[in-house]
Design a protein around this ligand. Structure first.
Ligand code: MN
Length: 259
């Protein structure tokens, strides 16, 4: 039987991770180890300067999940190193995140970091995100989560049965809409995100300046073949990601600098 570890970055009680666990139950033994608070856009920490705590919690459906004081990447590291009795794990699935992780979002994303921690340790992973923007723009959010969960289960079954040539993270983004409106899955590369961040500078009650990063939701360039292009056209995007950040076109150029 397959052993699957799931985590997320929205917190152990979020609706997304509960939908994910329900969807994966049919594939094997599912263990939930996820942060006790929201770590969205917190990247890939490895907490080494303070202890990490894990405590069992009970979900509304009666399931026991494990809440951790660390980041998603800490949760996966702890799970794969055997902090729980469950495991060893064949697959790690992270999500379902409330909001896309497209293009360079994957650098900031705690959801993706949870999956990438598995890949670093040689375990395949899936990160799942849905195109939520605001509650009033996503009235069918529970149906969207169930739809994304079924796609995650389909991909998980293939990864467990067939595998890929090397440990890989499948970064999955599901556009809004129910299973009835499903327009297929497209295998994509990372696209180009356009951030519209602004810094808001204010003064605290003691006259000291503070800064707050805000601004509009990011947009992106909807190129064909990219993750941003796929979701723009209503298709589910699946991008295979590895850990190698080397800029290959730069290697020869840099070598010719004769440093
Ligand atoms: Mn999140």
């Amino acid at each position: 039987m397959a052993h699957i570890l799931i985590t997320n970055d929205d917190g152990v009680f979020s609706r997304g991770i509960q939908a994910l666990a329900r969807a994966l139950d049919a594939l094997g033994a599912v263990t939930v180890l996820a942060p006790e608070r929201n770590w969205s856009a917190a990247g890939h920490p490895k907490t080494m300067h303070k202890p990490l705590r894990i405590k069992p919690v009970t979900w509304p459906d009666g399931r026991t999940a494990y809440a951790c004081s660390g980041a998603p990447s800490d949760c996966v590291a702890l799970g794969l190193m055997g902090a729980l009795d469950q495991g060893p794990f064949d697959l790690v699935v992270s999500g379902i995140n409330k909001g896309y992780n497209l293009g360079t979002d994957v650098i900031y994303s705690g959801t993706v970091a949870g999956g990438m921690e598995a890949v670093i340790n040689g375990v395949p992973a899936i990160a799942v995100s849905v195109g939520w923007r605001r509650d009033e723009e996503t009235p069918d959010y529970p149906a969207l989560l169930d739809h994304a969960g079924s796609i995650a289960a389909r991909l998980a079954a293939r990864l467990l049965d067939d595998g890929l040539p090397q440990p890989t993270l499948l970064n999955v983004n599901v556009p809004p809409g129910s299973h009835q409106e499903f327009r297929g899955i497209e295998v994509t590369r990372l696209g180009k995100r356009i951030y519209r961040d602004v810094v808001i500078a204010r003064e605290d009650p003691w006259g000291r300046p503070y800064y707050w990063i805000g601004g509009e939701m990011p947009t992106g360039v909807p190129e064909d073949g990219s993750d941003i292009g796929a979701v723009e056209h209503g298709r589910v995007s699946v991008t295979p990601l590895g850990v190698d950040l080397t800029c290959y076109p730069c290697l020869d150029v840099l070598r010719n600098w004769e440093l």
